[in-house]
Ligand binder design. Structure first.
Ligand code: PGA
Length: 241
């Protein structure tokens, strides 16, 4: 819920103007607040290097759901990706495992790539069951999919204590969880599904720490909040791979 329309337009204009400075070997996605999706979609028509993503969706196809946005509506304006289960949605809107699986399925039905977020609160990290907690989020929402469908999902590991706090997980802490997610995926499905799964890290990721995080074997990218609001940081993050 950052930036008003002129500010959001300025950010997008700066990103588009900076196209040549982006790393051509990485995929780039921008997920603005829903109110800007249509305007961004128009502006991005000739800039397919920067894909459009939404921050949330409803799971029903259509109908009386005031204030909600369906996956087919997102698709109709060119949205290619959508976040699911960001910790702020889980916490503030009680989004649980079953609901998130329904959202993932609704997105896949429209060929929109879900970016499924998981991660633990600080109190959970301090306990000795935080790994089980993270894996359960994935098992209960994603392992209801078959191998073909889960291969289309991107996972974002976001320790909640690191989101917007300036505290980042160390590269080793992040790698440990990414590796765990990949291993668990291999036992549930197979090696090939696990190997190809894209797992992003999120939580105070910024140009000064991205290189080390992105350098880890099982970290395939970043889900960036605060640092994505500045075009120069967005570009620097792209070049941290
Ligand atoms: P942050 O946010 O990069 O500002 O910590 C991450 C997120 O909200 O997913």
């Amino acid at each position: 819920m950052n930036l008003d329309l002129p500010e959001a337009n300025q950010l997008l204009d700066d990103l588009i103007a900076g196209e040549k400075k982006f790393n051509t070997d990485t995929e780039h996605i921008i997920c603005p607040p829903a109110i800007y999706l249509s305007a961004f979609s128009e502006k991005l028509k000739n800039h397919s290097w920067l894909a459009l993503g939404a921050q949330n969706c409803h799971f029903e196809k259509n109908g009386a759901h005031t204030g909600e946005i369906s996956t087919s509506q997102l698709k109709s304006i060119g949205v290619k990706y959508c976040l699911v289960g960001h910790s702020e949605r889980r916490d503030n809107f009680n989004e649980g495992y079953d609901l998130l699986l329904k959202k993932v399925k609704a997105l896949l039905a429209e060929d929109i790539t879900p970016i499924f977020c998981c991660g633990e609160q600080f109190q959970v990290r301090e306990s000795n069951v935080f790994k089980e907690f993270i894996i359960k989020q994935i098992e209960d929402s994603l392992f209801g999919l078959d191998a073909k469908d889960i291969s289309k999902v991107i996972i974002a590991y976001e320790p909640i204590w690191a989101i917007g706090t300036g505290k980042t997980a160390t590269a080793e802490e992040a790698q440990e969880i990414h590796q765990l997610i990949r291993q668990r995926t291999a036992t549930q499905y197979n090696e090939s599904v696990a190997k190809n799964m894209r797992i992003l890290y999120g939580g105070s990721c910024k140009p000064s720490n991205a290189k080390e995080l992105f350098g880890q074997k099982d970290i395939n990218g970043g889900l960036i909040g605060g640092a994505s609001l500045k075009a120069e940081d967005f570009i620097a993050l792209s070049n941290s791979f």
